[in-house]
Design a protein around this ligand. Structure first.
Ligand code: CA
Length: 396
């Protein structure tokens, strides 16, 4: 959900590198004075004194500022990440949750058209089905981040919406708990998303995304639907790819009908039937030597929820596994960690292929630069770094 970064729960499990955020702003003025002023602004925005009283006595949480300043870097490859997050236990647990909540998922499917496996994959990855919702006061975290000089506008709006959640009567303020960045509930909604897309699905008159499973599942479906989910269409399918093809076509921005991919020798791995006219992009998360997928229009919904491609590919893959797809063929691609990626970015910069930050993240911008370099050197342009590419970048 356009998060500032991964949820704290996920962060603990996955982040490997730690980098300074590079934003050296300084807080001036007392937190208490700021809070008094914020409360006055909340009044002006029409929030009731009763709801605003939720901020009485709230203090700044230095650990939140510390966590925010210490921007962790997510630098795992798709296979590293999915081995941990889409493992057998989670797949089995996910199937169990679907069986247990069958009637709810059926109603959700009728109303929003989002498959149980997709909702369950988010539920699994975000909080392990509600087992790790986070335990810090949401209002305190949001007030701290709204006061802090780094991104005050963004969090001011989130804090205002958190008060509106209190006002609506969804939860008493003391029950609003989550990770340090202020997300809430079993699929970790930020306050603005909670307010806008939260659904009371158990009919008790309140949207409770922390404790009510029906509310959590319906709200997640409502949000995915609003992001553009297409009922009945696939999201991701593993494929077999030919030994030789124009690797530059493996690009999320290049969509072709499935039938055209098939003409190029791409085959859906489990043999399932997909309409030939459906537009799809070829996704090679670790290049031509790694796993291969065709991704469909619905994959864009995953990219709206969270912009990390590795995260999105992993949720989509976990959803496909919960839905019955076999384990992916691993290939022999080698992951590029934090330090090697920084070295790669430095080399790409030095040769004029890259003008982004040297941040250790093998994201879309870095991969686009890798492709440019591969094309220049006449290497297979699959946008994934290889020892050959590094050698070419190093040689003058
Ligand atoms: Ca409810």
């Amino acid at each position: 959900m356009k998060k500032p970064l991964l949820s704290a729960v996920l962060a603990a499990a996955l982040l490997t590198g730690v980098a300074e955020s590079g934003t050296a702003c300084t807080n001036t003025g007392s937190f208490d004075r700021w809070l008094t002023q914020f409360k006055a602004e909340a009044r002006k925005e029409g929030i009731s004194p009763r709801a605003i009283a939720a901020l009485d006595g709230v203090t700044i949480d230095q650990s939140v500022i510390g966590a925010d300043r210490k921007q962790s870097v997510f630098s795992q490859s798709f296979l590293e990440f999915s081995d941990r997050m889409a493992n057998k236990n989670r797949i089995a647990a996910g199937s169990g949750k679907i069986a247990k909540n069958k009637a709810i998922f059926q109603k959700i499917d009728e109303k929003w058209g989002v498959p149980a496996a997709v909702i369950t994959a988010y539920w699994a990855l975000e909080t392990d089905f509600g087992a790790n919702n986070g335990n810090q006061s949401t209002l305190r975290s949001l007030a701290t981040l709204a006061y802090d000089c780094r991104r005050p506008e963004k969090f001011r709006a989130e804090l205002m919406d958190a008060l509106r959640i209190v006002e609506r009567g969804d939860m008493p303020p003391e029950e609003m708990k989550g990770p340090w960045a202020g997300e809430m509930g079993q699929t970790q909604f930020v306050a603005s998303i909670y307010l806008k897309y939260g659904v009371d699905f158990d009919g008790d008159g309140r949207v409770d995304l922390i404790r009510s499973v029906p509310d959590v599942l319906a709200s997640s479906a409502n949000y995915l639907n609003a992001l553009g989910w297409r009922r009945g269409e696939p999201w991701l399918k593993e494929v077999r790819i030919p030994e030789h093809m124009d690797w530059a076509e493996a690009d999320l921005n290049i969509e072709k009908p499935v039938s055209e991919w098939e003409r190029k020798g791409v085959r859906i791995a489990d043999g399932s039937k997909v309409p030939g006219s459906l537009p799809a992009a070829l996704l090679l998360p670790m290049g031509k030597n790694g796993p291969a997928f065709l991704v469909f229009q619905n994959f864009k919904v995953f990219l709206e929820w969270n912009q990390s491609l590795v995260y999105c590919t992993t949720v989509a893959y976990l959803a496909s596994r919960i839905d019955g797809a076999p384990a992916v063929t691993r290939g022999h691609a080698v992951g590029f960690g934090y330090e090697p990626t920084k070295e790669l970015q430095t080399l790409l910069r030095g040769r004029g292929f890259y003008d982004g930050e040297v941040d250790g993240k093998l994201g879309l911008a870095t991969r686009a630069s890798v492709r440019k370099a591969q094309q220049k050197f006449g290497l297979p342009a699959d946008a994934y770094p290889s020892p050959e590419l590094i050698a070419r970048l190093q040689s003058r």
